[in-house]
Design a protein around this ligand. Structure first.
Ligand SMILES: NC(=O)c1ccc[n+]([C@@H]2O[C@H](COP(=O)([O-])OP(=O)(O)OC[C@H]3O[C@@H](n4cnc5c(N)ncnc54)[C@H](OP(=O)(O)O)[C@@H]3O)[C@@H](O)[C@H]2O)c1
Length: 300
């Protein structure tokens, strides 16, 4: 019998890739405020307000999952900066309460954190480096990480780098989709040259998180791609592969834009630990893009 996986934020960008990767070995129970984007065997959709912990407890007890992957969050950095109460409720309180529920039932809990927990002054951070958030989004994630670590239990804190790809299911929060639409319409796309990242493709990420759900590893792991590059360079390389006009991509320092929360400069992650513990190979930008395009065939 397939093991049961409870997945939060199920209509999100990363969750779509997990649903895809988990098909077969896992019976996926999706917790979402919305409706299912697809019907398939082995996928059970639970539409409810997951922030209502009584409702969540009910679903959890019905399912008795072997593992929970918690992707739900407000991942928009500027929205978090402007709506701190909401960001705290979704990114910290929800994660805290779920971690407690999992700890109480000895259920494996995989939490999605972010590369931006670091201040970006150095780059190539390892799991041993100390977080120092410089915006509110990252602050909510660091607080959630600390709460999860304090519960102890069977948990993984997966610090995820910038996610590159096209949605496998649903709409998803994909910067590649937004960039491709704009370039196809002949619009310029501006992007910073001074923000360095190690982007991870959404397909590798979905596979790695699914593998972690069934893994024995406990603690922090950095899930990032093999290439370290700035956002401008990254966008140009993606546009080139998609045969879109690279000249419409313009390097621009966005730090003066009103309402834009501070971004760390270089939050490249060292993914040696992921390579050591996981069978899922971590990909570079070009290989990751090929995986993304193969999965999105007919949808690009
Ligand atoms: N994308 C990236 O580049 C990136 C980088 C580093 C870390 N991460 C982390 O990875 C995780 C997944 O990111 P993503 O890009 O897949 O984000 P996403 O597409 O925005 O999906 C997040 C999901 O969270 C749920 N959610 C959003 N607002 C909510 C609210 N107010 N109340 C309850 N649930 C809410 C929604 O699920 P439903 O609509 O199904 O309820 C939403 O689809 C997040 O924890 C994010 O912080 C992402």
């Amino acid at each position: 019998m397939a093991k049961r996986l409870l997945l939060t934020g199920a209509n999100g960008f990363v969750a779509g890739s997990i649903i895809h990767a988990a098909a077969g070995p896992w019976e996926v129970h999706a917790a979402s405020r919305g409706v299912a984007p697809v019907e398939r065997e082995g996928l059970v959709w639970h539409s409810f307000d997951p922030m209502d912990m009584d409702a969540f407890h009910g679903v959890f007890h019905d399912i008795e999952p072997a593992a929970v992957i918690h992707t739900a969050a407000i991942a928009d950095i500027d929205l978090c900066e402007a709506n701190r109460e909401l960001a705290t409720r979704v990114n910290y309180t929800y994660a805290h309460d779920l971690a407690e529920l999992c700890w109480d039932h000895d259920t494996r809990f995989i939490f999605l954190s972010t590369d931006t927990v670091f201040d970006g002054e150095r780059g190539m951070y390892t799991e041993k480096d100390k977080p120092r958030p410089i915006n509110f989004y990252a602050d909510t994630k660091v607080r959630a990480e600390k709460a999860i670590q304090e519960f102890g239990g069977n948990h993984v804190i997966a610090r995820v780098a910038l996610v590159m790809g096209l949605p496998v299911l649903g709409e998803g929060n994909s910067f590649v989709s937004r960039m491709a639409s704009a370039l196809r319409e002949g619009k310029q796309v501006t992007t910073p040259e001074n923000e360095v990242r190690t982007p991870v493709d959404v397909i590798t990420l979905g596979r790695a998180l699914t593998e972690l759900a069934g893994h024995e590893y406990r603690g922090i792991v950095h899930l990032s791609g093999n290439d370290r590059l700035n956002r401008y360079e990254m966008m140009r390389r993606i546009a080139k592969r998609l045969e879109l006009p690279q000249e419409l991509i313009i390097a621009q320092d966005p730090s003066g834009i009103p309402g834009r929360a501070p971004r760390p400069r270089d939050v490249s992650l060292d993914n040696s630990k992921a390579k050591e513990i996981l069978k899922t190979p971590m990909a570079g930008l070009e290989d990751g893009l090929e995986l993304v395009l193969a999965a999105a065939k007919g949808r690009v």
